[in-house]
Design a protein around this ligand. Structure first.
Ligand code: NAD
Length: 405
């Protein structure tokens, strides 16, 4: 599992799931899923059971403040229930105005917990009617990656602003379509890159700009865990090519790729990629098990990126400079991130803030951009840039040579 166990996720949750196989025993449907081929999961929006993580609030959130942006959440999986919905309910400028799901029982339960009226519960079939729902100004897409482009376009067609989960889409063509739809609708498009709002990653970026390690020579990133299909359908879409693309790089390695870009402050000039797909392993019939890349920046700095669904847990960023080293491990968890600066034989531990704030800060930024017309910090163009790099890494691996970008 990845995100499901998520790359994005806190390590403790991932370890729990790997050890327990939570969820399977309770459901014959899940047990059947666990033995089905990955491609048995259709690449269309459909109802799924209660996810393997995420809890509902004990009390219905207070009524929204005046001017709050009403958001419809599309897809009620682990990340939506665990992080996206709580963020929308916590941020000053947003509230949960509607939910969209293919599982009516799950949708009703989530709606009741967030005080969403029954007539603001939509299915994938009735979603188009949201165009007439003035309570909803924006849509948060929390579906598997292969459904991001289609549902972002549908949301823009309904006249709403869109915040879409990472990775933006399966390929650059889909990303370009999403940007064009945003422009045609004259509505905002934001990619939910939470680390741009996370205190450790913000502080690390500030330190790099201030020259805290001197000239950056190399950035090493690792985003690894061992996927396990035997838990929940949440784990399985990440192993289906039509829903997840190449697999680990788009899903978890994207954090390392992004970190390399915002820490270096540079855009790569070339990439060299390598992929592995373990033979005779039912997890990897459609996606890569491991992706490695060497990314070269104009300054000469190099990133060495590793991301795997077939390795022990690691979430690490290390920046080596002429005058020091910045080590972040874990670097991009939901919480519990750790960072230290090593210089001249001394070690400074940095604790710049509460990582949990990243979720509400991110949706607050989205709301403020909608209200003020300000530019989005993580726009569709950034998502497109990253997917182009992902494609270049995969292309390089297939060709066996360096690819200029
Ligand atoms: P999940 O499997 O837990 O939830 C996906 C949900 O999408 C399902 O519960 C279901 O409601 C819906 N869905 C509709 N059609 C589906 C289909 N054909 N197959 C599977 N699900 C379908 O996954 P998740 O971990 O919540 O991931 C959802 C999105 O959120 C992905 O884009 C993922 O990359 C992103 N994500 C981001 C973070 C982060 O830290 N930013 C973390 C986890 C996931």
């Amino acid at each position: 599992m990845t995100d499901p166990t998520g790359p994005d996720h806190s390590g403790s949750r991932r370890r729990f799931l790997q050890l327990t196989g939570a969820g399977v025993a309770a459901s014959p449907w899940l047990a059947a899923c666990a033995t089905a081929a990955p491609s048995a999961i259709p690449a269309r929006a459909m109802g799924m059971p209660w996810p393997d993580w995420g809890t509902l609030p004990e009390e219905v959130p207070p009524p929204p403040k005046p001017g709050s942006v009403g958001v419809a959440v599309v897809g009620l999986g682990g990340y939506a229930i665990g992080k996206a919905l709580p963020a929308l309910a916590t941020a000053e400028g947003t509230h949960v105005a509607a939910v969209v799901s293919g599982n009516p029982e799950k949708a009703a339960k989530v709606a009741a917990a967030y005080g969403v009226p029954e007539d603001a519960v939509y299915s994938y079939e009735t979603f188009a009617q949201i165009a007439n729902d003035d309570r909803v100004e924006a849509v948060y897409i929390v579906l598997p990656t292969g459904l991001h482009a289609e549902w972002t376009e549908l949301a823009f067609a309904a006249g709403k602003h869109v915040i879409c989960e990472k990775p933006m889409a399966l390929n650059a063509g889909e990303c370009a379509r999403m940007i064009a739809a945003s422009e045609a609708a004259n509505r905002k498009l934001m990619i939910a890159y939470r680390c741009h709002f996370e205190p450790y990653n913000l502080k690390a970026t500030e330190l790099m700009r201030a020259g805290a390690v001197g000239a950056i020579r190399s950035i090493e990133t690792a985003n690894n865990y061992s996927a396990n299909r035997a838990h929940n359908p949440s784990n399985d879409w990440r192993l289906v090519k039509a829903l997840a693309g190449g697999g680990p790089l788009e899903d978890y390695g994207l954090y390392g790729l992004q970190a390399a870009l915002y820490l270096s402050g540079e855009v790569p000039v070339s990439v060299r990629g390598w992929t592995e797909q373990v033979p005779n392993d039912p997890r990897f019939t459609e996606v890569f098990s491991t992706v490695k890349a060497e990314i070269t920046f104009p300054s000469g700095a190099v990133t060495k990126l590793v991301t795997s669904y077939n390795a022990d847990n690691l979430n690490m960023v290390k920046v080596t400079g002429s005058d020091g080293i910045l080590l972040m491990e874990p670097a991009t968890y939901y919480d519990g991130n750790a960072m230290k600066l090593l210089k001249g034989g001394t070690e400074e531990v940095l604790m710049p803030g509460d990582s949990n704030l990243q979720f509400s800060r991110m949706v607050q930024h989205f709301a403020e951009a909608i209200r003020t017309g300000a530019a989005i910090k993580t726009p569709g163009e950034m998502g497109l840039r990253d997917i182009r790099l992902v494609e270049a890494i995969h292309r390089s691996a297939a060709m066996g040579e360096v690819v200029a970008v």
